[in-house]
Ligand binder design. Sequence first.
Ligand code: GLY
Length: 431
Amino acid sequence: MKQFDSILIIGSGGREHSLGWKLSNDTGKKVYFAPGNAGTENNINIDSSDLLKLFEFAKKKNAFTIVGPEKPLSLGIVDKFEEGHMSIFGPTRSASRLESSKVFAKLFMRNRDIPTSPFSVFSDPDSAIKHVESYPKNVVIKVDGLASGKGVFVCDDVKAARGALQKIFIDDELRKSGKRVVVEERIYGDEASFIAICDGKSIIPLASSQDHKNIFDGDKGPNTGGMGSYSPTELISNDLENKIMDKIMRPTIKGLNDLGTKFKGFLYAGLMIERGSNEPYVLEFNVRMGDPECQSILSRMESNFLIYLEAAVDEMLDSMPPIKWNDKHSVCIVMASKGYPEKYQTGKVIHGLESDFGPNTHIFHSGTKKNSMGKIVTNSGRVLSVTSLDDTLEGAMSKGYSAASTIHWGENEEYYRRDIALKGIKYSKNK
Ligand code: GLY
């Protein structure tokens, strides 16, 4: 196996901060972030889309590179590094189409009999409107291209569907990403995130987790990138995990291989577990770790993470033992700028970060930076990922909310959901 002097993490969110925290703890190696945030050290000022500069930096530092967000993957960063014989963990541009084109992903699933809801594809508003007006069930509308979690419209009625199509086709709010849409039948149930490490042949699933996509408590309001997560979730039983592996994960890797495309990296199936049947349906694929799922999953991992990532790059996952997890519960609460996912302000000084949160709470930074006075300020919609670990889910929630309550950047400027992981407690009670 190749030896590396350092690790390069591409991206700037809470996911990347937690990846760096875990890899640095496990290996003691220097971890660079491009571009990172105010919570990460060894930040380098290279944009995550500047593939050539990232390649040159990784080469100079003899770094093993891990890609956080989808954009550089969709631009072909892995192809670029592989051409130059540099080790990088993530899928190629071609394999990344599972996330970068919803149309590709839905057609792929239909062709391979991977469970997903029935759908049609449209590129003009009139046909799309006619379709939603005559379709007998509620629909979900998804723009084809990448949209940072903002391209999915879950519609309660025809009026909402018309509104979504207006935003996409007439107001052009999603720009290039919204030139085509998938209109799919809405499935009702509970969502879960199923994420695995893949090497093109073998698949090692990570611990189960559940994200909270809507902005408001009780899963109300528009979708966001994710407002909080917890791990594990009792929604995913052992039987259900086996079904997900057999019906979704293995056929996906095989289907891509049949197309001549090896999938190496994190394969993330965003699932709906249908109410009543308890059957898993794929809502979407992502080709990277989830954010904020990563923060709660990695808080529970006991194994040395890097050796799994290296084994995946070297196509040797089949020789690896299962990953070890602690038997604790983790909860990640995303603190956001008030107004997110719509309009919000940035540049607000964050107070309380220096508090003593105890050994089992980590404040992973998402959208933060240092201002010219050296103070840590808000810099995006999602600002901090407060992640706590405890023997019980209730305990992890209580630790997380107690920590979040000591951090402030202005009563009318900050926001977080108050019900992260409550669903998990409900599942345990219903068992
Ligand atoms: N938490 C959802 C995502 O990472 O896309």
